[in-house]
Write a protein that binds this ligand. Sequence first.
Ligand code: GLN
Length: 485
Amino acid sequence: MELVGLTVDKFHSALKSGETTVEAVCKATFDRIEKLNPDLNVYLTVTKDSALERARQLDQQLAAGAELSPLFGVPTAIKDNICTKDVRTTCASKILDTFKPPYSATVVERLEAAGAVVVGKANCDEFAMGSSNENSAYGSVRNPWNLEHVPGGSSGGSAAAVAADLCIVALGSDTGGSVREPASFCGVTGLKPTYGRVSRYGLVAFGSSLDQVGPISKNAADSARVLGVIAGRDWHDSTSSEISVPDYLAALTGDIKGLKLGVPKEAFVEGLHPEVKARIQESIKNFESLGAEIVEVSLPHSEYAIADYYIIATAEASSNLARYDGVKYGFRDADAKTLQEMYKKTRDHGFGSEVKRRIMLGTYVLSSGYYDAYYLKAQKIRTILEQDFRKAFEACDLIVMPTAPVPPFKLGEKTDDPLAMYLADIYTVTINLVGVPGISIPSGFTSDGLPIGCQLIAPHFEEARLLQAADAYERSYPSNRYPNI
Ligand code: GLN
C-alpha cells in the first residue's frame, strides 16, 4: 500500500476492502523508516517488535469481525517527552538517556485503547525548549522538504515523521508553539488544544500552566480523530476539564458560510517575511471565497507576548527541572565525591546549553527582589492578553494569522542568537498564555518550495470550530504536494 499521503480514512477503507492489512502497512512504515531515518533523524527509538506483534493481533481481531475503532492499526509516533511504559523516553536530553518510564501517559493509553500502533519515539528539542529542533542532545531533525532546513520545533520529529510518511499521525506537545510551528514548517496540520482539554499526565512538564499535548496529521480529519480520542477528563490530572468532548469528526461539514474570521491588525507588521505575508493574505481570500466574513480585530498588547512567555515559561521550567538531580532519574555523574558535587556535575553534564539558559533565566525572575519586577508583572500581562482575546472574540468566531513569521530557516542560521530564535514564536506563544486552542494548516509554499502555515485560533473549548474551518479549507484548496525524498 502506498504510504505517501496516507490518511486514517484511506487506510481504513483499504483495510475494509481487504486491500491491505495492519501488518503490511506497519512493515512498510518500518522499511521506510530504515531508509529515511538516517537522513531525517526523526526517531530516537523505534518500537518495531512490539508494533508488529500488535499489528498481527489487530489483524486477527479484524478477521474475527471486529469493528474498526477510531485509530485501528494506525502507525503513530509519540514525541519523546511523553511517557511510554518500559520504552525509553529521553526528552531528547542526555540527563534522561536511559530513562524508561514505569507507566504510560494517559494520551498514550487512550491512543492504544483506540487501536493505535506506536511505532516510535520522535526526536524534539531538549525538554521541548526550542523552535528548530537543533537543541536535541541527539542531533537535529531535518526538514523533509529540504534537508538543509530545520523542521521547526520543538516537536520537529513528530512533524517531519508525518510529512515524510514515517507514520500516519503523531503526538507533539505545545507550550509556546511546539505543535503548530513544526507543523507549519513541515507542511502538515498541527493542533494545540485548549489548556485543560487534554490530560498532561505523563507529559514531562516544561511550563505546567502552558503545556498541552496535540495531534499532528496530514489533514484536519485525522487531527479531529486523534483529539476525540485523547481529550477529556482524567483524574490523574486535576487541570483536565470536565467539559464533555464533542464529536469532532461530525463537525467537519465542509460548510463555513457566515463564519466571522478576525484578522488582527497587529499581525501583519514589520518582521513578517514577505512570502509568508503574501501566502496568509491569499489564504484569507480563500476563506472569504468559502463564505467566511472577514473582519478586522485588534490584539493591542501582542508586542509584550514574547517577553511575557519567556518569563513565565522559564520560571515554570526552572521549578519543573529541579527534579533532575541524579538521584531519581536517568543520568548520574559518577565522578563526584560529595552529594552537592553529584548534583552539580549531573546537571552540568546532563543538560544542554539552552536548558541551562532557561533554568538560569527562570531562577532569576523568581528570585527575591526580582519576583515582583518580572514574574508578577508577567502574570499581570498574561491577564491583559486574555482580555485582548476575549474582546476580539466578541467580534469574530475565529482569528487568523501566520503560524510563524518566517519560512523554515537553514540549520545553524539562528543557533548563535537565542533572541532571534525566540522571535520565531511571536505568533504562537500568546495562544498558550491565554489558553485558547490554535491550529496550523498548510497554506502553500515559498518560491523555494518550503511550506508555510496559516494559524487559526478559537475561543476556549471551540476546537470543533477550528477543525471545521481547517477541513473546509483543505477540501477546497488541497495541497497535493509531497516532499521529494
Ligand atoms: N519555541 C518555544 C520555546 O522554545 C515553544 C516550545 C514549546 O512549545 N514546547 O519555548
